[in-house]
Design a protein around this ligand. Structure first.
Ligand SMILES: *[C@@H]1O[C@H](CO)[C@@H](O)[C@H](O)[C@H]1NC(C)=O
Ligand SMILES: *[C@@H]1O[C@H](CO)[C@@H](O)[C@H](O)[C@H]1NC(C)=O
Ligand SMILES: *[C@@H]1O[C@H](CO)[C@@H](O)[C@H](O)[C@H]1NC(C)=O
Ligand SMILES: *[C@@H]1O[C@H](CO)[C@@H](O)[C@H](O)[C@H]1NC(C)=O
Length: 397
C-alpha cells in the first residue's frame, strides 16, 4: 500500500547517497545474476520455468486498456486470480514452480488467468488519457470492481466458451469482487465459487499503525498528494530495491512490517525478488477510499464530500449491498493480519448470505497468502480441494 511510497523515497535517497558504491555493486551483482527473477517480467518468468504463457488485452467500458495473463489449459476449469493494491499478476508466481499458487493451479490442470487492475505496470494505457495526466488516475477500487473485473471476466468466458469461472482474490482483489457482485449482481451467474484471501471490506478494526495514522488524515492527504503517487519513481525503485533490501534487510523489513505485521513465514531470500516486482501503480484515491472505511467503519462508496450530491444524488455515499452476493464464498483470514482484521472479517461473514467455509489461520500475515514458504500446506492445497469438490458436486448433479 502507501508504505511503498515511503519505501520508494527511502530507496531513492539511499540510491543517491550510495551512487558510486552502488554502480560497483550492481556490476558485480548483475554478473552473478543472482536475482534474475527480480528483474524478469511475468512472461519471461513463466517461460523460464517452462510453462505456456499468453497475454490478453481488453478495453473497459470507461476506456482503460487492461493487459492480463494466462497459463492456458483449454480442458481445465477456469480459475481467475486477482491481486491486491499496488500489486500485479506477478504476485501469483514469484515463489516459482511447485510453490506459487499460479503454477500449482496450472500443475493441477486448471486454466489459470491472472488479472491486472488499471494503473498497474501492465495497465498504463487509456483510449484518451495519457497515464502521466491526472485524469487517468481519477479512480478508486470501485471502478476496478465495476469496470476492469467485468471486462476481464466477460473476455475470459468468451475465449474459453465457459459460462462461469472460479474467482480467487487477495486483499483488494477481494474488495473489488464484493463491489462487483453487489453493484452488478448479474455477475453472480458468472462465478462458481469465490475464494477470498485476506478479505477486506469493513476496516474499522484494522490494527496496522501506519494505516491508522494515514486514515485519520486520508481526506486531507488526498488533496496534497499526487494522484499517481504510487506510480512515480517505481522504475528506479525496482532497479535498486532488490539490492537495497539485501544489504539492509532489517530496514526494508521494518517499514514493511509496520504495515503488514511482524509475523510472517516468508523465506528471506524471496524479499529481493518481491521488491523487484512491487510496488506497481495504484491511484492515491484507492488508499484514501480505504482510509475512509477505517474512519467510518462502513463498507461504502467513496465519499466525495460536497460532490456527493452531484455524483450520487445523495449527501452521503451508500453502503455496498453485500446481501446481493449470491456466489458461495470461502473466507481465509488470520489473527496476525494487520490489514484484514478478524473482527472485520466476522462482520463481513455475518452479512454474506452464502459463506461456504471460513478458514482461520493462526499466525498468518497479509502477504503470507502469496509468499509464505508453507502456503501450500496451509492454504493452496485447501483451495485446490475446494475447487475440485465444487467441480465434482456440480458434475454429479
Ligand atoms: C504522455 O506524456 C508524456 C509526458 O507528459 C510524453 O512524454 C508522452 O509522449 C505522452 N504519451 C502519449 C502516448 O501521448
Ligand atoms: C467474443 O469473441 C469473438 C471472437 O473473438 C468476438 O468477435 C466477440 O466480439 C466477443 N464477444 C464479446 C462479448 O467479447
Ligand atoms: C529459502 O530459499 C532458499 C533459496 O531458494 C532455499 O535454498 C531454502 O531451502 C529456503 N528455506 C526454506 C525454509 O524454505
Ligand atoms: C440489499 O439487497 C437485498 C437483497 O437483494 C434487498 O432486499 C435490500 O433491500 C437491499 N438493501 C438496500 C439498502 O438496497
Amino acid at each position: 500500500m502507501y508504505v511503498y511510497t515511503l519505501l520508494s523515497i527511502f530507496a531513492l535517497l539511499l540510491a543517491v547517497e550510495c551512487g558510486s558504491l552502488w554502480n560497483m555493486f550492481t556490476d558485480i551483482l548483475d554478473n552473478i545474476g543472482k536475482y534474475e527473477d527480480a528483474h524478469l517480467n511475468i512472461n519471461q518468468l513463466i517461460f523460464k520455468y517452462g510453462y505456456d504463457f499468453e497475454e490478453h488485452q481488453v478495453v473497459t467500458e470507461d476506456s482503460y486498456v487492461i493487459n492480463f495473463h494466462r497459463i492456458p489449459n483449454e480442458n481445465g476449469p477456469v480459475v481467475f486470480l486477482m491481486h491486491g493494491i499496488a500489486d500485479s499478476a506477478d504476485c501469483w508466481i514469484l515463489q516459482g514452480p511447485s510453490i506459487s499458487l499460479g503454477y500449482l493451479l496450472a500443475d493441477e490442470g486448471f486454466d489459470v488467468w491472472m488479472g491486472n487492475a488499471r494503473g498497474n505496470k501492465y495497465c498504463t494505457k487509456h483510449a484518451f488519457y495519457n497515464h502521466t495526466s491526472e485524469e487517468f488516475w481519477k479512480f478508486t477500487w470501485e471502478e476496478i470492481g465495476l469496470y476492469d473485473l467485468p471486462a476481464m471476466i466477460d473476455y475470459i468466458l468468451n475465449v474459453t466458451g465457459r459460462e462461469s469461472l472460479y474467482y480467487i482474490g487477495h486483499s483488494q482483489g477481494t474488495t473489488i469482487s464484493y463491489v462487483l457482485l453487489s453493484m452488478k449482481p448479474e455477475y453472480n451467474q458468472k462465478i462458481n465459487l469465490m475464494i477470498s484471501l485476506a478479505p477486506v471490506a469493513w476496516m474499522g478494526n484494522v490494527k496496522s499503525p501506519i494505516v491508522q495514522t494515514f486514515s485519520s488524515t486520508a481526506n486531507e492527504l488526498s488533496s496534497v498528494l499526487d494522484y499517481s503517487i504510487l506510480s512515480s519513481g517505481t522504475d528506479l525503485f525496482h532497479k535498486v530495491s532488490p539490492y537495497l533490501c539485501t544489504w539492509l534487510m532489517v530496514k526494508c523489513e521494518n517499514i514493511l512490517f509496520t504495515l503488514m505485521g511482524h509475523e510472517h513465514r516468508i523465506n528471506d531470500t524471496l524479499w529481493p525478488i518481491i521488491f523487484g516486482h512491487v510496488p506497481t501503480g495504484s491511484s492515491t484515491l484507492q488508499l484514501v477510499h480505504y482510509g475512509q472505511l477505517v474512519n467510518s467503519n462502513r463498507f461504502c462508496r467513496f465519499d466525495y464530500g460536497v460532490e456527493n450530491i452531484d455524483r450520487y444524488g445523495q449527501a452521503t455515499p451508500s453502503d455496498y449491498n453485500i446481501s446481493m452476493i449470491e456466489v458461495p464464498v470461502v473466507l481465509y483470514y488470520s489473527d496476525k493480519d494487520l490489514l484484514s482484521d478478524v473482527q472485520d472479517v466476522m462482520k463481513l461473514k455475518s452479512k454474506l448470505t452464502n459463506v461456504l467455509d471460513n478458514i482461520f489461520l493462526s499466525d498468518f500475515g497479509h502477504l503470507d497468502y502469496l509468499y509464505a514458504a508453507d502456503a501450500y500446506d496451509l492454504v493452496y492445497n485447501r483451495i485446490i480441494g475446494q475447487i475440485r469438490k465444487f467441480e465434482k458436486d456440480v458434475n454429479s448433479t
